[in-house]
Design a binder for this molecule. Structure first.
Ligand code: TRP
Length: 455
């Protein structure tokens, strides 16, 4: 049963948490958000958000999970019985479901690109587009996501693969996969960065990414950066509460959080350092194509300029697929842990209960990029709405409620005990972290949220 599983080794534990954090959020969502919100200005606010909120909120979730030893809802109930704080866990489960509806679609795109890289199709010209044209990959992606069956079928394939891994249980499934492949993803990104740095307009791209224009910092940029920070670190919806419940008593939570945070940020920044030189050099800035396709356009362009494009492309997309898989596993785990604990369900039925409705919901989300693009909610398609509502509303809200709980209402010394493993280890940061959670996190989230609503 979920709450009796523990991660067996230290590396396994960090790897699984990094596996959850590093995913499409870093490689697909981060550059798209950066481009949509003014480049370096967004990066700056993002880094501040990640610094101020990332580690404290992550530690808060770990602490609730390890102390409550249960799923996102159960942990709150155990720590504060009879109080309504578990609603925050409930919001998290709802949020995780909404994330899955679009996350699975993008994971599906990744698998399709992997398939096309292996067959070589990706690098053949497409009908109606001039060969060698800069926009060849943009057109290909645009046509692909607007299609009906291929993106939908790849989404379903992703859900089935994810379900299969989840049925195998926590340790075997998650730990093994992410242990081996995450370092490899890092390595290939470094190689790609070296290539990107030699592109003709590399320095322009890097300036766009690193040289902030302060006038571009608006409340809207701030809320998006905040949302991206939570999204990328898997915060604000109980994923890390669930993972925290699998942590051992002697795990040093602060060190784990720091490692995860560092790796996650490095991957995002590295991806930006590859993509923006590409964007400038291939003339993709301000193109009419949707920014959400950025990785699927820029990376293939870069591979196309390398020796043996197919090989690099296949390698990259296989690693990205695995990164997406380990993240989607962690998102789905929130609901699966809840069903298996609360309703005492076995793992396999719990996985089916969670993933089966997703077949329909993610299909709708996929179609909303094509034939259902007229179905809009406040101007967003289904796909866009799920993305925006989760990152920009539900996750900050989740983190807000959690920090209020931990700062003011949780059992006394809960945080301190968890940060020092009941006083057995020294933790010089404990005071700062508790202070940040009590005052800075809730107040700043509220301020950013309210200003973005008014302005
Ligand atoms: N962090 C993951 C990524 O960057 C996505 C993710 C996994 C997530 N678990 C989460 C996002 C929990 C929010 C909450 O791709």
């Amino acid at each position: 049963m979920a709450n009796t599983s523990e991660f067996s080794s230290k590396i396994g534990l960090i790897a699984a948490t990094v596996g959850s954090a590093v995913g499409l959020g870093n490689v697909w969502r981060f550059p798209a958000e950066t481009q949509a919100h003014g480049g370096a200005a967004f990066l700056l606010v993002y880094v501040i958000c990640v610094l101020l909120f990332g580690i404290p909120v992550m530690l808060g979730e770990f602490a609730i999970g390890r102390a409550g030893k249960s799923d996102a809802i159960g942990s709150y109930k155990k720590l504060s019985p009879g109080k309504p704080w578990w609603i925050s866990g409930f919001l998290g489960i709802l949020c995780s479901y909404l994330i899955l509806t679009f996350y699975m679609v993008v994971s599906g795109w990744t698998l399709e690109y992997l398939y096309q890289s292996i067959t070589g199709q990706l690098f053949t010209s497409i009908p109606g587009v001039e060969e060698g044209s800069n926009l060849q990959f943009a057109d290909r992606m645009e046509q692909y996501v607007a299609g009906i069956w291929p993106p939908m079928i790849w989404t379903w394939i992703t859900i089935v693969i994810c379900g299969a891994v989840l049925c195998m249980g926590v340790q075997k499934g998650i730990e093994r996969v992410s242990n081996i492949l995450m370092p490899l993803l890092f390595l290939i990104l470094i190689i790609l960065f070296v290539k990107a740095a030699s592109l003709p307009k590399a320095s322009e791209g890097l300036a766009y990414f690193f040289n902030p224009d302060f006038s571009k910092i608006t409340p809207n940029v701030c809320i998006s950066a905040l949302g991206q920070a939570f999204f990328s670190l898997s915060l604000g919806m109980g994923t890390l509460i669930t993972y925290g419940s699998y942590f051992r008593k002697d795990t040093n939570l602060t060190r784990t959080a720091f490692n995860v945070w560092l790796l996650d940020m490095m991957v995002a920044i590295l991806v930006g350092m590859i993509i923006f030189p590409g964007v400038m050099s291939f003339g993709l800035e301000g193109e009419s194509f949707d920014g959400s396709a950025l990785v699927f356009v820029t990376f293939p362009e870069i591979f196309n300029n390398m020796w043996c494009p197919q090989l690099w492309s296949a390698l990259f997309f296989i690693l990205l697929s695995v990164a997406a898989l380990t993240s989607s596993i962690s998102i789905a785990e929130v609901s699966i842990a809840y069903f298996s604990e609360h309703y005492k369900m076995k793992r396999v039925p719990a996985t089916c209960v969670v993933l089966l409705p997703l077949l329909l919901l993610s299909a709708l989300s996929s179609l909303s990029n094509g034939i259902l693009s007229d179905w809009t909610i406040f101007g967003y398609t289904i796909f866009g709405a799920c993305d925006a509502v989760t990152a920009n509303v539900l996750m900050p809200l989740g983190a807000f409620i959690m920090s209020i709980y931990l700062g003011w209402f949780a059992p006394k010394n809960l945080m301190k005990d968890q940060l020092t493993n009941g006083g057995t280890i020294r933790n010089n940061f404990a005071g700062t972290i508790i202070f940040l959670l009590k005052w800075v996190t809730p107040i700043l989230i509220l301020v950013i949220f309210i200003t973005s609503l008014i302005m």
